[in-house]
Design a protein around this ligand. Structure first.
Ligand code: COI
Length: 355
């Protein structure tokens, strides 16, 4: 349910945009002038507002803090070639996924009008913040959390939906080293792995830190039952090119249905490449690595788009992959995605939403 979608706008007195060094953006450190907020009360979304970006009052008893009743999305806007438009990549897919997460976490659905109108209005207002620098974009973070004041466990009644925006540079500056994780688990069958729930990410920090202490950047997560099958890489989906075939773990309830993952599969199929979405066992991967048959490995996600993997560690052994300069598919896929996102290549699949 939604009240009439009228957004009240409280603009900043003075924009901060001229203080930002757009040529040297890190990931997720600066936020634009404004943010969007909406309240869910008595079963209805209401009180749509855009306010200056800043701290906000939250009850110390909210289940969002105590029990992780919080979900989010990540998407990006790019400057069009002439710099006049903000091009948002596949926002309707994020909207659909957010509602899948909402259902799993016992939260209300977000109507399409609420998601899209808030996005359009906020980006229009903060248009000057969309970076027009190669490799940079405006990261869009929609999120929803319980706004109850209640520390008992039950489905919450009140919620807040927000969008904040952050101009960002590349997520990883260099290709990454990953370690196959066979002790800790990101997600299990029947769990919340397919939802973009905050707790999935919080629980992954410690195992990733242990790997980082050993010189790796991230983990290759395996299934929570026997650690036999590859699932994801860090906060991304993972894809391999083995014997010229693009192989990626099939979606399941312990794998997030990544929009970049789907876009890479769509491009590969469009280019006539053979693709396989199926179980990928650690055994298969390690033996293909030993035989030099893994031509490419990469993470696919919104933040990094494509994060080339240069090395995979398993059982105390490190397997080096061919240098990125020798890879045929992933650099081409990355470049084509960049071109489509900036409106330089035709939008064959209807991915771009113009604001
Ligand atoms: C993504 O790459 O899509 C992510 O979700 C990363 C984010 C947690 C920073």
């Amino acid at each position: 349910m939604i009240d009439t979608m009228k957004i009240a706008i409280q603009q900043v007195n003075k924009t901060r945009v001229s203080e930002i060094d757009f040529a040297n953006l890190a990931f997720g450190k600066v936020y634009t002038d404004h943010m969007f907020m909406a309240d869910y009360r008595e079963g209805t979304w209401k009180n749509f507002r855009i306010v200056p970006y800043g701290y906000m009052p939250v009850s110390p008893a909210t289940p969002a803090i105590h029990y992780g009743q919080s979900i989010f999305e990540g998407m990006k806007a790019y400057a069009s070639a002439d710099g006049n438009e903000a091009l948002v990549f596949r926002p309707m897919d994020n909207w659909k996924r957010m509602n899948i997460s909402a259902e799993r976490m016992c939260m209300p659905q977000i109507p399409e009008e609420l998601f899209m109108e808030s996005l359009n209005t906020l980006i229009d207002l903060d248009r000057a913040w969309v970076p027009n620098v190669e490799g940079s974009s405006l990261y869009i973070r929609p999120f929803m959390f319980s706004a109850d004041e209640y520390i008992g466990i039950r489905p919450s009644l009140d919620f807040t939906f927000m969008i904040i925006l952050s101009p960002v540079g590349p997520y990883y500056a260099t290709p990454v080293k990953v370690k196959i994780e066979t002790h800790y688990t990101r997600a299990v069958q029947g769990g919340t792995g397919y939802a973009k729930a905050g707790g999935n990410y919080g629980g992954a920090i410690y195992p990733a830190k242990l790997a980082q202490d050993k010189g790796y950047h991230q983990l290759l997560w395996t299934d929570g039952k026997n650690h036999e099958y590859i699932e994801e890489s860090g906060t991304m989906n993972v894809m391999f090119v083995i014997d010229d075939v693009l192989v990626t773990p099939a979606l399941s309830d312990s794998i997030l249905a990544g929009i970049t993952r789907q876009s890479v599969l769509d491009l590969a199929r469009h280019w006539g490449m053979k693709t396989e979405e199926r179980k990928v066992s650690v055994k298969e991967l390690v033996s293909a690595l030993e035989q030099g048959r893994v031509q490419e490995a990469f993470g696919a996600g919104t933040a990094a788009t494509i994060a080339h993997i240069e090395l995979i560690g398993h059982d105390g052994k490190d397997y080096k992959l061919p240098p990125v300069s020798e890879r045929k598919f992933s650099p081409r896929a990355f470049q084509e995605l960049e071109n489509v996102k900036h409106g330089k290549s035709p939008d064959l699949f209807g991915w771009i939403h113009r604001i």
